[in-house]
Design a protein around this ligand. Sequence first.
Ligand SMILES: *Cc1c(COP(=O)(O)O)cnc(C)c1O
Length: 460
Amino acid sequence: MKYVSTRGGVPPVGFAEAVRMGLADDGGLLVPDALPQLSPDTLRDWSRLRFQDLALELMTPFVGDELSRSDLADLIERSYASFTAPEVTPVVEVGSRWVLELFHGPTAAFKDVALQFLGNLFEYLLVRDGGELNIVGATSGDTGSAAIAGVRGKDRIRIFVLFPKGRVSPIQERQMTTVLDANVHNIALRGSFDDAQRLVKTLFRDLALKRECHLAAVNSINWARILAQVVYYFYAWARVTDGNPDRAISFSVPTGNFGDIFAGFLAKRMGLPVDRLILATNRNDILTRFVETGVYETGPVHATLSPAMDIQVASNFERYLYFLVGQDPDRVRCLFDALSRHGRLIVTEAEQARVKSDFAAMAVDDDATLSQIRETFTASGYILDPHTAIGVRAGGDRRDLVCLATAHPAKFNEVVHRAIGREAPPPASLRGLMERPIRSIELGADIDAVRDFLRETLER
Ligand SMILES: *Cc1c(COP(=O)(O)O)cnc(C)c1O
């Protein structure tokens, strides 16, 4: 299998190159040139596999012959050995629906499913092919800790995470700063999240520095992340239907950057019996508006109780558009030209009809988020985190519905307490964080300070 850019401007590349490249060199995103089609018999056979073995089967055609089967199997085993649930992503029954718990990894959020795998994959490729990688990223909370957990202690990789000092939650800050591995560098920036993001962008625009220092981004658009996320859709379907290929189910997905739900879209395209994909957003509803109207128009970002979804430009959306317009890179370029020129992009009526057949969409505000946490707790005793609550709300009372649980509720205990007057008991990974030793460096929001720190650390 080869990977092509959604904008058609790079020659097809193999899996390893696609993973290394992250963003395609022409500014587009990398997508497979064809999707494997799974027969009902295959679905039934694979439905009895454990998570890791299912991942191996599903990933094999995407990886091609670039990794041996035993190396890929070993990467997958190691990546999910860090999860505390034996099933990796268990499916539990909550009232009349199913909840797919994606939060049993080291940082208690679903990003671990992809970033544990990506960290091991990066290391494997660097050790095999030579080279080194210095990951630099800005975080407002969740991604930073999951990325750090993915690469801590790894050979040939260093990570630098800039976070706004005093503006991420104490737990989120500790999840980063208590990691003492020598290859992890936490930078508490005297400034805002926007400052941190601006500084990272400035670093990456300096192409000489980027090359000299082997800089890489903590990419929510890296193909390997999407691939790892495809697996749990198949896994959940198998648990709920017992592997009966005649039974379709729906998934409700709390959505920000569109990575998670795009993986669900791919699963459906590969033959998984999916009835509806429900795209659930908070008040930042650019995607729900797109499904309703066919117009994708950016607006201001609002702070909500589900901060990991406070996003206006959904970076993986371009991949979906590419499939929506029939894998036509010229049309994708055209649409994105319109977006950068006029701040919006409009699809045709026929395309919009296809969007509506792919997704149902709903935006859920903070009040409804709190009510849902309360209602679910009262009815079943199960505690939802605010992101998951949005998906549950948007799913409504559909039958055969799986709601993706994207964070452990204890990560957002202030919100949980507001909703139900008590807190969720924290998993082991979140316990004792406040007592552990920490390491971070404080810098001003100043490009020279950040660049100097980077250079000095790399020289050491
Ligand atoms: C990142 C994140 C999301 C959004 O996922 P996308 O792939 O960006 O759509 C939802 N919930 C939580 C808890 C997250 O960390």
